[in-house]
Design a protein. Sequence first.
Length: 407
Amino acid sequence: MKYFPTFLFFAGLLSAQPYDLVLKGGHVIDPANSIDGVMDVAVTGDRIARVAAGIDAAGARKVLDVKGYYVTPGLIDLHAHECGYSGSIFPDDSALLAGTTTIVDAGGPGWRSFDDCKARVIDKAQTRVLVFLNIVGHGMLGPKIEDNVEDMDPQKTAAKIKENRDIIVGIKTAHFGRPGWAAIKNAIEAGRLADAPVMIDDKIFSNTGRTSREKLLDIMRPGDIQTHMFNDRQVEIVDRFTGKVQPYAVEARKRGVLFDLGHGAGSFLWPVASKAMAQGFPPDTISTDLHANSIMLPESDMPNCISKMMLLGMTLQDAIARSTVNPAKVIKRFPELGTLGEGRVADIAVFELREGVFAFKDAWHKKRLGSRKLECVLTVRGGKVAHDANGLGYPEWTSAGEYEVIE
Ligand SMILES: [Zn+2]
């Protein structure tokens, strides 16, 4: 009882503190906390202060009416390209417009180039940028460099991860064009040394000597991630002759191997995705593989990826889970990220779910028409409004203020 009055004093101070931002009346979807209904979200500083119906917003510095919109945790894009790859896009230019507040660079830099990427991109971005470090020391610099087994050093890769745990969340192997398992095995060895997951992007053509079955059942560990899951040259989850989901893919999922969308410019194919979804084999995580090409014609940003999954039968609630709490868990950042839990960082996305007739394109430039399209209207990153498409936080212009001279 001795500390009770002190506690009351601080509790009083907290409740008296005005909120900095209140999002009023939106439909909140926070799968980590089983929230799916109309509620308000209050922010103090860079943290979520409260999520509840009918929050008293009196005295709040900014109140935004988000009635009719969906409010979710800021999206986490597990596979994108910000640095070290020729098609990299500066993260703020693409992510924040799409409601993505955390973007994971999938293997742009290796241990040799990470510091340069950190200084030039990661430290300068408002978006939170995390990294899967390429097993190749020089990173994703094209076939000759990415095929160089001599530059795959598990020890140096693991050492770089241990020095930068705040940013580096795993290892990536990609585009290895030679036969055999050297790239994947070196990446997994680095993962073992650093206790970190490995994201795998590789071809299974006959001349590589690699098969989906061996990769998924014998080589990958529980917690490792097969990206580009709907690209049948990367992993054959749907048997190309029978159209059935491979029993070994189901078995791999049971043993903890994870499957990531990784849309990109070549990895979301209607024939594979629709068959897998119809047979109950959705992605564990929805991600874009966003780069200079995929952002254009196939439009692989997160809201479009979610809309495409909804067209294939996934609910919005499920798609949000696979874009927030699921990726946060994969990179071991839950509950720090991926939730609107009270006290967590105030990374928030607000979406309009439009109804109409919309064209959704796959990587083979075939389109399907869908009736619902998710569009980001507002993004809050660390408690600050970073994107406001509909001007929800803007006062109306009046002619009285025209050519006002500000001394
Ligand atoms: Zn990629």
